[in-house]
Write a protein of this length. Structure first.
Length: 70
């Protein structure tokens, strides 16, 4: 299993550097690890313009989209 976050951005053209530095391309071995990462990086994801995320397990949606509006 490989868990990943699929983001939707507030801007149609997010800054690629911000996206790369956010860690959105990280793969996780389990759902809990992915959710912990999201909690720890919530503010950063908002800063780079992530509006919502979906949690994927090997490309299949586990849940979402979930808004990152505070």
């Amino acid at each position: 299993m490989s868990f990943t976050w699929k983001p939707t951005f507030t801007s149609p053209h997010p800054d690629p550097t911000d996206v790369a530095e956010s860690g959105l391309d990280t793969e996780f071995t389990d759902q809990q690890e992915a959710e912990d990462w999201l909690r720890e990086n919530f503010d950063l994801l908002q800063e780079v313009g992530v509006a919502e995320v979906e949690l994927l397990d090997d490309g299949i949606v586990v849940y979402g989209p979930m808004s990152l509006d505070a």
